[in-house]
Ligand binder design. Structure first.
Ligand code: NDP
Length: 247
């Protein structure tokens, strides 16, 4: 991680769960971390007194292109630019294919697919413009982005995460065509105990608690592992499954 000390990492969905754990792990590694979320007060609380890194909490809504662009503008004007992007913000909705509400499908796709795509484009453009050849883009995917739908209620979420997997491979090929050495990868966890379960009824927090699950710090450790490899190594795909779980 030495090469990334003092460099700028942007983490979306930094106010909770996995994003918050990634922010703190990167602060411990000495990075300058821009934590982006709508609940900015919760990002500010992630400051670590003894960590060498620097935290900037910036309000941003990844479902709004305008908001994303203004976050990147702030970073360019105040920190120079983004060296590492962690696309972590994600939402789910219990909205089956035969009866789900369009607004629920749209919310999931806007955040998990479009928001991630816009952040990726802006970060890569910024890296290419500044000649950053050791940049990194990491998507937080899901086991549900690798297996066919496991239940009617999580179909749109699962579809969005399958899209993330395709977008990642497309990005890798795009960067190869541009002769860039920017690395990309995804971390795909099974169940992790976070607030994402609070918003569901069928797959509720109680259901999650009862099944084998991991903690946000476990996903953050995988992100650090990915970043810490030699620049000739692109750890591209890490699937994390809690033992004893069918997911
Ligand atoms: P949480 O619900 O705890 O956190 C979600 C984060 O996303 C929050 O910080 C929230 O911030 C942010 N977010 C949501 N909508 C927006 C938006 N429009 N703009 C900016 N930020 C937004 O969930 P997790 O930590 O569990 O989820 C993080 C990632 O991990 C997601 O991509 C999820 O799909 C993935 N994942 C989670 C698993 C789990 O079991 N928990 C398993 C597999 C993958 P705010 O509301 O403040 O804007």
């Amino acid at each position: 991680m030495e090469r990334y000390r003092g460099r700028v990492a942007m983490v979306t969905g930094a106010s909770s769960g996995i994003g918050a754990a990634i922010v703190q792990a990167l602060l411990r590694e000495g990075l300058t971390v821009v934590g982006v979320a709508r609940r900015i007060h919760r990002v500010k609380e992630l400051e670590l007194k003894d960590a060498p890194g620097q935290l900037h909490a910036i309000e941003g809504d990844v479902s709004s292109e305008e908001s994303i662009i203004s976050v990147f503008k702030w970073i360019q004007e105040n920190l120079g630019g983004v060296d590492i992007l962690i696309n972590n913000a994600g939402v789910t909705a219990e909205a089956p294919p035969s009866s789900g509400k369009t607004e629920d499908w749209k919310r999931v796709l806007d955040v998990n697919v479009l928001g991630l795509s816009i952040c990726t484009r802006e970060a890569v453009q910024d890296m290419l413009r500044r000649g950053v050849d050791d940049g990194f883009v990491i998507h937080i995917n899901s086991v549900l982005g690798h297996v066919p739908a496991i239940d009617d209620v999580v179909v749109i979420y699962s579809a969005s995460k399958h899209a993330v997997r395709v977008l990642l491979e497309g990005l890798r090929l795009d960067l190869v065509a541009k002769k860039s050495r920017i690395r990309v990868g995804q971390v795909s966890p099974g169940a992790v105990m976070t607030e994402i379960w609070d918003y569901q009824t069928k797959f509720s927090k109680e259901v999650a608690m009862a099944m084998a699950h991991m903690q946000p710090e476990d996903v953050a450790a995988a992100v650090v592992y990915m970043l810490s490899q030699h620049p000739r190594v692109q750890v591209y795909d890490i699937i994390l499954r809690p033992p004893g779980s069918v997911f």
